[in-house]
Design a protein around this ligand. Structure first.
Ligand SMILES: Nc1nc2c(ncn2[C@@H]2O[C@H](COP(=O)(O)OP(=O)(O)OP(=O)(O)O)[C@@H](O)[C@H]2O)c(=O)[nH]1
Length: 461
């Protein structure tokens, strides 16, 4: 199944929440009109179909990450196998928010914002690896994880030859080519904006992001009549605009073994994500070693061993309760001896004692640096989408105790809280490398902002 279709299907809880909410908002005070669309409501405004994409891009589909990242050229990758992951889903750990979140820059709630570019500055995005010790990309072009991780799904801009006839595009729909049916429209006013804000907050976008998104949607459209379809397009555009700068595949470097430290609270999906990554990279021809660094949870070790066996990837384990740093050191040695391309290190996620975990992670980093002072090259924070706004607190905490270089969001399937990814991107600007929408190997895919935005609001990309 193409990943967009899968993402769209599996994000249905989030999209139907938004969908139903928008229907209710527009029908509350909206009028039924016979014709398709008063195109001036959307088309003659900034951010309309002709200029919806930020930075002068068109909306013809997502750019490949390699193009986005300039020097990062992808390598072709074979199709990975489907590998199921066993095990029930434990309850996610909830971190109480110990303090109020920093106050956002105050923006007028129902005034159109003058700056239509709310996305974080590129400088705010920490590099995936320390540029100093990292060899120049020109030495060995890094792999685009999109290639390594995408099994059979064609990119959106590579429609298969036998694809069904294309639906009318946004322009066509706005021009009313396919809609002689009555459409309900509602005049955008203060009440409607407030309802839109509430809807986005309820979809876990967070207050700050919801206000910014609705303000941008309203820019130049106040007093105009909008249908559900038009609002969805505007919303998808704003979501894409926020997500675009953070959508970056895991960078792969010429320095081997590339050490990827995987952190996150218990149950967030670290083990599964490591298994999926290992299998997909292995299938892409890379030599991978896994260190089962959560030495306290036997099930995590067993789970990794299952993935390892299926993928043909060695999994280094240690006795229950033993020092994970010592295991990481041994794994580093093994990866170096075997000429591995990647070393994936699982870690414990016990945040109940933050000090202990911080010390544990710091020790792992110290010992692997004895073998390679540039390691770890990536510190991936795995977040569980079902925790909603709590994921923001997790980022804060893990940034304090480790050098988080990028995010993977799991369990976007089966949650109505998918909007939290928008809040994360808006607030932290950390690269989002991949998203998980299930427990199978091909349920992890590079993050595509346009696909995500379309799936979140429930429109065809
Ligand atoms: N539906 C769904 N389930 C997932 C996804 N990713 C992981 N899971 C499931 O979530 C559960 C927890 O995943 P783990 O990989 O064990 O999480 P962990 O962070 O390693 O947990 P600990 O080992 O306790 O630290 C497992 O049952 C996984 O199969 C996903 O994208 N979607």
């Amino acid at each position: 199944m193409a990943f967009f279709t899968k993402l769209k299907d599996r994000l249905f809880k989030s999209s139907s929440k938004i969908d139903e909410g928008l229907e209710a908002i527009v029908s509350d005070g909206g009028d039924t009109e016979a014709e398709a669309a008063p195109v001036d409501a959307v088309m003659d405004q900034p951010g309309a179909a002709s200029d919806v994409m930020p930075d002068g891009q068109d909306d013809s589909g997502p750019m490949l990450a390699a193009e986005r990242d300039g020097a990062e050229e992808p390598e072709p990758a074979p199709e990975p196998d489907l590998v199921p992951t066993p095990g029930p889903t434990p309850d996610p750990v909830t971190i109480p928010d110990p303090e109020p979140q920093p106050a956002p820059p105050v923006e007028p709630q129902r005034q159109p914002v003058s700056d239509p570019e709310p996305t974080p500055e590129p400088e705010q995005v920490p590099p995936a690896v320390d540029p100093e010790p990292t060899p120049a990309p020109s030495e060995v072009p890094p792999i685009d994880l999109r290639q390594a991780m995408t099994p059979v799904a064609p990119a959106l801009d590579e429609a298969p030859a036998d694809a069904a006839p294309a639906k009318p595009g946004l322009l066509g729909r706005l021009m009313g080519r396919n809609a002689a049916q009555p459409v309900v429209r509602r005049t955008l006013d203060d009440d409607m904006l407030e309802q839109l804000e509430e809807l986005l907050i309820s979809a876990d976008m967070g207050v700050d992001t919801a206000l910014r998104v609705t303000a941008n949607m309203a820019e130049g459209r106040f007093g105009k009549k909008l249908s559900v379809g038009e609002i969805k397009q505007l919303l998808a555009t704003e979501v894409s605009r926020i997500m675009e700068p953070v959508a970056r595949p895991l960078p792969i470097y010429s320095k081997t073994p590339q050490v990827v430290l995987v952190v996150g609270v218990n149950g967030s999906g670290k083990t599964t994500t490591i298994g999926k990554l290992a299998s997909q990279f292995r299938a892409a021809g890379k030599k991978v070693v896994i260190a089962a660094g959560d030495t306290f949870r036997a099930a995590a070790v067993e789970q990794l061993q299952v993935w390892g066996e299926r993928a043909g990837v060695p999994v280094l384990t240690a006795a229950h309760g033993s020092d994970p740093a010592s295991l990481a050191f041994d794994a580093m040695g093994r990866a170096q001896e075997e000429g591995a391309d990647l070393l994936l290190i699982d870690t414990a996620g016990r945040l109940q004692n933050r000090g202990d975990l911080m010390e544990e992670l710091a020790k792992i980093v110290r010992v692997i640096r004895k073998k390679d002072e540039t390691a770890p090259h990536n510190t991936l924070l795995v977040l569980d989408a079902t925790t909603g706004q709590n994921a923001l607190n997790q980022v804060k905490v893990f940034q304090e105790i480790s050098d988080v270089s990028g995010l993977v969001m799991t369990k976007l399937d089966g949650t109505a809280k998918g909007g939290v990814l928008v809040a994360l991107a808006d607030r932290f600007g950390l690269p989002i490398h991949a998203v998980g929408v299930g427990e199978q190997i091909d349920d992890l895919s590079p993050f595509d902002p346009d696909e995500f935005a379309a799936a979140l609001v429930g429109i065809d990309a």
